[in-house]
Ligand binder design. Structure first.
Ligand SMILES: [Zn+2]
Length: 241
């Protein structure tokens, strides 16, 4: 990754060094890497496997199946090495999984309406199974975006806005690296939840002056949002809640 602090944190957990890689293009940021191999890598794979999606589990199974340890007489590594055996609750593991995924793939946005600003958490990926799990954990639904280019895969979006997004940002913030912590702080600093509890007088969509109907939106924008939602399209309008 190009986030040095995130790679450094992984390196501490791996007990390995951080290596600075070469930029592929002059205008790119410097990428950093940390690597763990052999038996210690297999231990980590076993530990995280139960919390990962199916495609990563298959990847792990292939990696372990192809592993031919050089040293004979080594202590075999069994799935009993699982971290869950150390008393971490499923809920804590789910939250850590969500934090890790959002550290890599999530956006923490302070969405600016005409008169108010509200926080949005968004994650968009091609892996339906992963996005479904994100949506379930966040308590939201999945939107499907048709591919922009023919023959490409559709992308899946989980998105949460407003009061509950602010709550999640506060909960996830301690897990995040420097860049996403700053994004969360920016999103939350512009957010004044009193405006959500007391609904706005007019629609929050930029430039719209029509009276408020529901979820921070006027009738026209509410209907547009509602239609997108009913058809399973990614909404063009982000409501307050
Ligand atoms: Zn409107």
């Amino acid at each position: 990754m190009t986030d040095r602090d995130v790679v450094e944190r992984v390196a501490v957990l791996f007990e390995r060094a951080v290596v600075r890689l070469r930029k592929r293009k002059p205008h790119h940021k410097l990428p950093y890497a940390t690597t763990i191999k052999g038996a210690p890598a297999v231990r980590v794979m076993y530990a995280v496997r139960p919390f990962l999606g199916k495609s990563r589990q298959r990847q792990i199974d292939r990696a372990i199946a192809s592993w031919k340890p050089r040293r004979v007489g080594r202590i075999p590594i069994e799935p009993s090495d699982l971290l869950t055996a150390q008393g971490e609750s499923r809920e804590a593991c789910d939250r850590a999984w969500l934090a890790g995924l959002l550290e890599g793939e999530g956006s923490f946005i302070g969405s600016r309406g005409f008169r108010s600003s509200y926080p949005v958490i968004k994650v968009e990926m091609c892996e339906q199974e992963i996005i479904e799990r994100v949506a379930e954990l966040l308590g939201t639904r999945v939107w499907v975006a048709a591919p922009g280019t023919e023959g490409w895969r559709p992308t899946y979006i989980a998105q949460l806005a407003g009061h509950r997004a602010a709550g999640w940002m506060g909960e996830l913030r301690p897990f995040m690296g420097i860049r996403r912590t700053a994004a969360i702080d920016a999103a939350l600093s512009a957010y004044h939840p009193i405006r959500l509890i007391a609904p706005p007088l007019v629609c929050v969509v930029q430039g719209c002056e029509r009276p408020h109907r529901s979820r921070g939106l006027c009738n026209t924008h509410y209907m547009s949002w509602s239609r997108d939602r009913a058809k399973g399209r990614p909404p063009r309008i982000t409501p307050l809640r």
